[in-house]
Design a binder for this molecule. Structure first.
Ligand code: TRP
Length: 451
């Protein structure tokens, strides 16, 4: 099983995806003030989201990073990551958004200047209208943030073509710009935790599940650079030292392979002190084995110990990169029943579609109703595949109770397909006209998102 982030189809077998790629289900997490996307299981899985929520509970900072390719007009599907960024921002996170102009250049043939125009006029105008606060949001272009490209390049040392073949299915015919795109994305994801961009803190990446390959790659790359690993041991937690070309001298390994005992001791003392500062005692340092044990620590202490050691690593000259957290949303079906795509206008609503277009698209959209009214009354409709119902659930209707009512009503045949479509049209046109109003109100803020 493989997920292709650039593919034209995607699996909707979400429980299989969870199992196969080791995602965590969102069911087990107690979210403060869940949004409709959470309540309705649309955001359905995560990696290490606990880290972010725990940080937030303690009043510690966290950041959000996501990105979008400026490859066409912004549509409903794109709005989902912005909704989530919004939610995290309200919790107190700072938000960074990549305009993936290098990626859309490499994979969609969009020129950088066209990407720039589209990003400003279509995307950022809507970020503002959707409610992101420019004071706490920074939007940047991949092509202009050299640290992102440099990080990607440096991290490239930690992977190879075999890994790219197995994650992405790349082969000898894949062009090299396309091969670079995931590394640039790793740079996107990791750079907000560098000192110049807010410093060490958990960063959460809200994305569609098609982007998980990039998160798997990035998490792997980050951990491979780490100088200290924290693992569960028989008793408590164990810190292991990872000797690498980059750090061997600092760790006290001399060019001839001998150990400089003093240097080594200083490193181990550093580890012990970092952990002591968190309030642990009886720490056992074992330089010979390259380990430090903390018997009284439990699994829930792992995150704070890891953060302390990443900051120790930074003070010693390492990158100290924390593997990113992530959340995953499902995809709303395209209006024709296939995948939504900005290159196929009939498959989705663009955020700038006018009333007539909206109405026409919804009227023609794929329906879960029966062929005739008579049959529909008798057999009932299927809201799970009904675009009108699905779009109300994903985007336009905020009232859970009402949604449940029309869900039942549809299944029982009481509500007809045409009636469902009319409800959707009413809500969609209102939603889009509100958004248009907001766009006008926030137009003057667009430039602030780039500062
Ligand atoms: N690859 C994403 C897309 O296809 C865009 C993107 C670039 C991104 N960098 C990112 C998404 C970092 C999340 C995080 O739309």
């Amino acid at each position: 099983m493989r997920i292709d982030p650039w593919g034209s189809s995607q699996s909707t077998d979400y429980s299989r995806i969870i199992d196969h790629f080791g995602l965590q289900s969102l069911d087990g997490i107690d979210l403060p003030n869940p949004s409709h996307l959470h309540r309705r299981g649309i955001v359905f899985a995560h990696r290490d989201l606990d880290l972010v929520i725990d940080s937030n509970r303690k009043g510690d900072p966290f950041g959000v990073l996501t990105g979008l390719m400026p490859s066409g007009r912004m549509h409903l599907g794109h709005s989902m990551v912005i909704e989530q960024a919004n939610w995290f921002q309200k919790l107190g996170g700072d938000v960074t958004i990549a305009v993936a102009d290098l990626e859309s250049n490499a994979t969609r043939g969009i020129s950088l200047s066209e990407g720039r125009r589209v990003a400003k006029e279509e995307y950022v105008a809507n970020y503002a209208a959707l409610g992101l606060n420019p004071e706490n949001t920074n939007v940047y272009f991949q092509s202009e943030r050299s640290i992102v490209q440099r990080l990607g390049f440096q991290l490239g040392k930690r992977t190879n073509m075999s890994e790219f073949e197995s994650i992405y299915g790349f082969d000898g015919a894949t062009n090299l710009a396309h091969i670079q795109a995931p590394l640039v994305q790793a740079g996107d994801i990791l750079h907000p935790q560098l000192e110049d961009y807010g410093g060490l803190r958990p960063i959460v990446v809200p994305v569609g599940v098609d982007q998980d390959p990039h998160l798997r790659l990035t998490r792997g790359l980050a951990s491979k650079t780490n100088w200290f690993n924290v693992n569960e041991a028989k008793m408590g937690l164990q810190v292991g030292i990872s000797l690498q070309e980059e750090n061997s001298e600092i760790m006290g390994v001399m060019p001839n392979g001998r150990i400089n005992k003093e240097k080594q001791k200083a490193i181990f003392d550093g580890v012990v002190n970092s952990i002591k500062n968190l309030g642990f005692s009886d720490i056992m340092s074992n330089p010979k084995h390259g380990t430090v044990n903390v018997p009284s620590a439990t699994r829930s202490d792992k995150a704070s110990i890891r953060l302390a050691l990443l900051s120790l690593e930074r003070s010693l000259g390492g990158m100290g990169l924390l593997a990113p957290s992530s959340t995953y949303h499902r995809f709303a079906i395209g209006m024709t029943g296939d995948k939504m795509s900005s290159s196929k206008p009939k498959t989705t609503l663009f955020l700038t579609d006018d009333k007539e277009t909206t109405e026409k698209k919804i009227k023609k959209s794929f329906s879960g109703g029966q062929a005739t009214v008579e049959e529909h009354r008798r057999l009932g409709g299927n809201p799970d595949v009904d675009v009108a119902y699905q779009y109300m659930m994903y985007f336009f209707e905020k009232d859970d109770v009402f949604l449940e009512e029309i869900n039942q009503g549809y299944r029982s045949g009481k509500i007809l397909a045409g009636e469902m479509k009319q409800m959707c049209i009413d809500r969609a046109t209102e939603w889009l006209s509100n958004l248009k109003e907001k766009r006008d109100e926030t137009e003057h803020l667009v430039e602030l998102f780039f500062e």
